[in-house]
Design a protein around this ligand. Structure first.
Ligand code: PA5
Length: 447
């Protein structure tokens, strides 16, 4: 098996190689701090050895639950927000056939999402779509009290119970939540739903390799053992014992921090494969929520190329020079589409006859990299050999490990998210939630 690779050559005209090498020791120290559990947020380090501690029995149990849902349901609704849905969605979108959900005789249930927003029209349309489908619900909330998923679950659960009865609904609802606390835990226990636990020491955005991600991914018909296998490989290969020159998590963490020090305050994760769109959404949460605090942190953005070369391409090429790009490149496409001949050649494409579409994509990628570097945008390249469960497992763990190291280099606690509470407090005050009477009074004076 190969491994994903990191190439920072196209950063070296912006950052001194010597500076990166000088900081290798700091990255190593931060990596050791993670493993010794002596740094900030050290009660949330359960993700570090998660891949190697998942047992075959746990995977089998998750697979059996997934198979039950697959047997019973045409559609499975994953209810969750932030770290409780993005990882699953990232993997499912990356590895599923983009048009499968439109097929009548699908092999896999359609996986849809709810509770990731409070859009009334979205929920209405989802309920309408579900009204003539046989469906099930995976309700994921670590705290078990988050408003968005709680609201969606309350409404969808009623719809399901009305459609199939309370008893059958119990066979189609699975809860993934805290081991002992929270409203979802209590409800699942009272109702007798199958329940999975999110370990106390694994935060939401680091939870994709727990049942939070694994159950929906298995429901989508993907191979969760291979995902874990890839993550185990990366767990081994990013340990502090692995020298900096071979340790891509340490290298990525140092490089992005060096760029940040040079005024590159925005990191754009770019892909040349639209299937990776949600991988970038997951990555943005992972890094944004981990590092954006104490008035510090790189701003995380993302683009899908070549699509966005026709929208944000101008800004990236010639806008304010505060950005760097990290390109996710898939070495080999899973399928082949050859460019056919056309006797009239009105579009002038006959020079490409016999080439496959990915050849054109790769030339666009190379051309873009060179143009952006010429335009003052440093470029980090992450290459994924094939888009499959094994390499996505590697990629997920790589990003998580680099995030932990990078947060420590920056000097923040990468495992908390105190800023997320601010909007909630105001929203509860405005909604006049019991217990928020004082805040309600105060906020009314400000509007
Ligand atoms: O990373 C995090 O901790 C957050 O993004 C959470 O995943 C998100 O807020 C959802 O929380 P919960 O799972 O408690 O409903």
């Amino acid at each position: 098996m190969e491994k994903i690779s990191l190439n920072i050559d196209k950063v070296l005209s912006f950052v001194n190689k010597a500076d990166i090498e000088k900081n290798a020791a700091l990255a190593k120290e931060c990596n050791e701090t993670l493993h010794n559990g002596t740094g900030k947020g050290n009660d949330f380090l359960g993700w570090l050895d998660l891949p190697s501690s998942v047992t075959a029995e746990q995977l089998q149990d998750i697979q059996e639950t997934a198979d039950r849902l697959r047997d019973k349901c045409e559609v499975v609704v994953v209810v969750g927000i932030g770290g409780s849905y993005l990882g699953a969605k990232a993997v499912i979108e990356a590895l599923s056939n983009s048009f499968d959900w439109l097929e009548k005789d699908r092999k896999n249930p359609v996986v849809v999402y709810a509770g990731q927003n409070i859009g009334e029209d979205y929920l209405f349309e989802l309920m309408n779509y579900l009204s003539d489908k046989s469906f099930g619900i995976i309700n994921i909330s670590k705290s078990g009290t988050t408003t968005e998923p709680a609201l969606a679950f309350r409404i969808l659960r009623k719809q399901l119970e009305d459609a199939v009865g309370k008893d059958e609904a119990k066979n189609r609802i699975v809860a993934v939540t805290d081991a002992a606390r929270g409203a979802l835990h209590t409800l699942a226990k009272n109702e007798g739903y199958k329940m999975y636990v999110i370990p106390d020491n694994v935060g939401g955005r680091f939870s994709v390799l727990t049942p939070v991600g694994l159950l929906p991914i298995a429901v989508a018909g993907l191979d969760i053992s291979k995902l874990i296998e890839g993550a185990v490989f990366m767990e081994e290969n990013t340990k502090p014992e692995i020298p900096f020159e071979e340790n891509i998590a340490e290298q990525y963490a140092v490089t992005r921090n060096e760029l940040y020090k040079k005024g590159k305050k925005i990191e754009i994760l770019a892909n040349f494969n639209p299937k990776l769109h949600f991988l970038a959404e997951w990555w943005k949460q992972l890094y944004g929520e981990s590092e954006g605090k104490e008035n510090k942190g790189i701003f995380n953005a993302s683009v899908d190329f070549t699509t966005d070369l026709h929208s944000m391409g101008q800004w990236i090429q010639e806008g304010e020079r505060t950005i760097f790009e990290t390109v996710l490149s898939v070495a080999r496409p899973a399928n082949s589409v050859l460019i056919t001949s056309d006797p009239e050649d009105l579009d002038g494409l006959n020079y490409l006859i016999g080439k496959n579409v990915d050849y054109v994509n790769k030339m666009a990628e190379l051309g873009t990299q060179l143009a952006h570097v010429d335009g003052g945008v440093p470029n980090i390249k992450i290459e994924i050999p094939d888009l499959n469960e094994y390499y996505l497992g590697q990629l997920i763990y790589f990003f998580e490990k680099a995030c932990g190291i990078s947060g420590y280099i920056l000097g923040v606690n990468p495992f908390d998210q105190p800023g997320v509470e601010a909007y909630k407090k105001n929203m509860f005050a405005l909604l006049e939630k019991p217990g928020f009477e004082k805040e309600s009074e105060e906020i009314k004076k400000r509007i």
